[in-house]
Design a protein around this ligand. Structure first.
Ligand code: S3P
Length: 445
């Protein structure tokens, strides 16, 4: 959360009932960050419809404002306008750039700032962000000539950046991370010579799509689009962007609709970019009653409505390998889904979960164990024996937004009521989550 609040915000979740109705999830978080960042360095105005009005994009906007970018207030339902300052227009900020809880803000901001010659920047964030690894971005940027320093040999924020003259490079990234990839692409925009990023697996490609739309000289090639080539020199031009609903937020309703008896939900206007739809593949493999309707393309991103209806006897699942980046943020809610289908589900190759807003493997295992789930933490994943009733309990998001919302869904199916401490963490990506949950709840037989 942006303001490090010391006031725990507990929510009581009554067990039972079903979830019925239509819901529209807020704008995609990844696309919202990128719209703000690319709009800031474009020439002219960028308008954004459907921007996520939540803590994380607000952190990105406030950092950009500190560097002289005009951005209209971010209010739910409003179209915002960004007045771009051009590729070299960002001012040296007078204050420390506070990235709040947002890893995407800090990592993409590093890529954006390392090439601003002669300017000095200091970036920090909340307690969680200050413990997350930044070397994964600092190191490849250093191959391009960047000067980034910080605690723990440059791995931990606060970080300082001294803008430098960059040169292009061919960079193979060790982890499939869209944040790392996007930081390199941003740095490459002002480097001398072209840059190629090669990923071990295809991570979300919103940066590639949107940079192309802004006019960047970018080509995607290689097997499954894992090679991204970018040359400097193009002027980015302000755009009109429509942000689709976030599939990572929709995932809570998709899983809830599938596992809570009597449920029937339509989630409207969900982004269906294939680098993000792993959760739908898993739910289909589990035998969920799920249908994508009204598919369309909105501002270069595939979008649709998703209908889901509860079905008995869902099958357990096994996930690992290349699908992991396509559902990286959905592992917490999928671990809840696994608790409610009979048999053994296994999540492997998901070590990245350990360096999210919390160590999500540890935290989900700890919290679901409090409810009596049979869940075992492995070094790179979870093994869950599902099909047992869970108990209501006093739970804790441990400050993690996706943990808070996942526990909210698990609590509906428990034998008795639960309390979720620090449930306000949801504000990072889905400020109205608890309100939407109440609206969907249905207590009729
Ligand atoms: C994001 C990329 C993912 C994801 C995060 C948002 C992005 O992180 O988990 O919530 O917007 O680029 P990694 O790049 O670390 O996998």
């Amino acid at each position: 959360m942006n303001q490090e609040s010391t006031i725990p915000n507990s929510i009581e979740i009554q067990a039972g009932g079903s979830l019925v109705g239509k819901v529209r999830v807020p704008g995609d978080k990844s696309i919202s960050h990128r719209a703000l960042l690319f709009g800031a360095i474009a020439e002219g105005k960028t308008t954004v419809e459907g921007l996520l009005p939540a803590d994380d994009p607000i952190s990105t906007a406030s950092c950009l404002r500190s560097m002289g970018v005009e951005i209209s207030p971010i209010i739910k339902g409003d179209k915002i306008e960004i007045t771009g300052v051009g590729l070299d227009g960002l001012k040296e900020p007078e204050e420390i750039l506070n990235c709040g809880n947002s890893g995407t803000t800090m990592r993409l901001m590093l890529g954006l700032l390392v090439g601003r010659k002669g300017r000095h920047f200091v970036l920090t964030g909340d307690q969680s962000l200050r413990s997350r690894p930044m070397q994964r971005v600092g190191q490849p940027l250093k191959l391009m000539g960047a000067k980034v320093n910080g605690r723990s040999n440059g791995n931990l924020a606060p970080l300082s950046v001294i803008g430098a003259k960059l040169h292009g490079a061919v960079i193979g990234t060790p982890v499939a991370s869209a944040q790392v990839k996007s930081a390199i692409l941003l740095a490459a925009l002002t480097a001398e010579g072209s840059t190629t990023v090669i990923e071990p697996a295809h991570s979300r490609d919103h940066s590639e799509r949107m940079l192309k739309a802004f006019g960047a000289n970018l080509q995607v090639g290689g097997e499954m689009g894992r090679h991204i080539h970018i040359s400097p020199g193009a002027t980015l031009k302000g755009q009109s962007i429509t942000v689709p609903g976030d599939i990572s937020s929709a995932a809570f309703w998709l899983v809830a609709g599938a596992i809570v008896p009597g449920s029937e939900i339509t989630v409207e206007n969900v982004g269906l970019n294939p680098t993000r739809t792993g959760v739908i593949e898993v739910l289909n493999d589990m035998g969920a009653n799920l249908e994508i309707i009204n598919q369309r393309s909105v501002a270069g991103e595939p979008v649709g409505d998703i209908y889901v209806k509860h079905i008995k006897s869902l099958k357990p699942f096994k996930i690992n390998g290349d699908i992991i980046p396509r559902l990286i943020d959905e592992v917490p809610i999928l671990s809840v889904a696994a608790c409610f289908c009979e048999g053994k589900s296994e999540i492997s190759g998901a070590n990245e979960l350990r360096v999210k807003e919390t160590d999500r493997l540890k935290v989900m295992a700890r919290q679901l164990t409090l409810m009596g789930a049979k869940i075992e933490e492995k070094h790179d994943g979870l093994i869950i024996n599902g099909g047992y009733l869970l108990n209501g309990s006093t739970l804790d998001s441990e400050t993690d937004h996706r943990v808070a919302m996942s526990l909210g869904v698990a609590s509906i199916l428990a034998k008795s009521d639960s309390v979720i401490k620090r449930a306000n963490a949801a504000a990072v990506s889905y400020p109205n989550f608890w309100e939407d949950l109440n609206k969907l709840r249905n207590w009729r037989e």
